[in-house]
Design a protein around this ligand. Sequence first.
Ligand code: B12
Ligand code: SF4
Ligand code: SF4
Length: 314
Amino acid sequence: MESRSPEGCTREIKEEAARLGFDACGIAPAEPIDPENRLGAWLRQGCHADMAWLERAREVRQDVRLKLEGARSVVVVAKNYYQPNQRLAEGAGRIARYAWGRDYHKVLLNPLRRLARHIGTLAPDVQTYAEVDTGPVLERAWAARAGIGWIGKNGLVVRRGLGSWFVLGAIVTTLDAAPDAPARDYCGNCRACIEACPTGAILSPRTLDARRCIAYHTIENRGAIPSPIQDRMGTWIFGCDRCQEVCPWNREVTTAAEPDFRPRDGAVSPNLEELLRLDEPQFRQRFEGSAILRAKHAGLLRNAGIALRNLSKS
Ligand code: B12
Ligand code: SF4
Ligand code: SF4
């Protein structure tokens, strides 16, 4: 097998990522990612609410070489999911933009695995580990290290030209590819996201308290939502986009090229009373292939009930 230079590998990986429809691709050296133990501090403060799975494999999250022995590089890809604002129907709930189309895990996993296979051909005996979301990889920290974008004060990775309306995937590999420079921070003095958050969940720049975050409560919380949060949820019934809607870097962005991210019927502003009438099989049928299934039938109906009460008060 012809051997390529680290720079040649990087060029090949980026060309293939673009061919596979990714909007950005960056490469970081597979060194410990969290030497300051930000993850430990965040968990100690209880900011992860009841997402106990975030406590697992903590050492691996901070050092991906424990996931893949001999790892040399982390390839991070980003895929734009932006869709222009849609008219909100009366009596409807709000769904976060990333969930308007097909579930992004399903959209990303195939091309990501193809990219991993391609990386495997660039040198002899190359190992790869690819994941979207579910693996022990601090994707935002890696995206920043790989030059995809900077971690904004709202905690999301922001890239000039794309804003923050993109999802991430990562491939850990033993391939020695030339790394990109970490991204520069362009938040400056702006604090729009911190000020706009309805529940004060952004405690300080880049520190999010999931216990206060509407996205956490509407998607991950399987129990009761505390009443002060309920009162501030407005009509969000799955996720929340407030801290992204106000970001100046999200003002002029292009619509996603990916057809799978086009809004599905009934997934942008579903009627709340109609949702409350769905039984479990109807819920599963209506949201098949959508990230909304993550909230589960009981969770979505709980959220719809709260939104309906908030609507009647407004
Ligand atoms: C758990 C989780 C959540 C939880 C908790 C959020 C949180 N802050 O962790 C909840 C349910 C609340 C959530 C909400 C959302 N999420 Co979420 N979530 C995740 C998940 C699965 C794990 C995140 C994690 O490990 N958290 C632990 C904390 C401690 O880690 P962290 O956020 O990465 O923070 C570290 C770095 O920021 C670091 N850090 C801070 N500054 C700097 C600077 C440098 C240079 C470095 C190196 C590190 C660093 O310190 C922290 C500790 O290490 C990731 C996927 C993944 N595997 O990474 C998606 C992910 C972060 N989520 C995503 C999205 C889209 C969302 C929502 C926008 C969805 C929505 N519309 O409702 C909201 C946004 C809320 C917000 N403002 O962050 C995307 C973000 C894409 C992007 N452009 O950044 C991800 C990457 C999923 C994906 N594959 O695309 N999420
Ligand atoms: S997702 Fe909503 S509740 Fe969570 S930090 Fe952003 S604005 Fe606040
Ligand atoms: S709203 Fe302002 S502070 Fe928040 S991420 Fe965007 S630029 Fe940074």
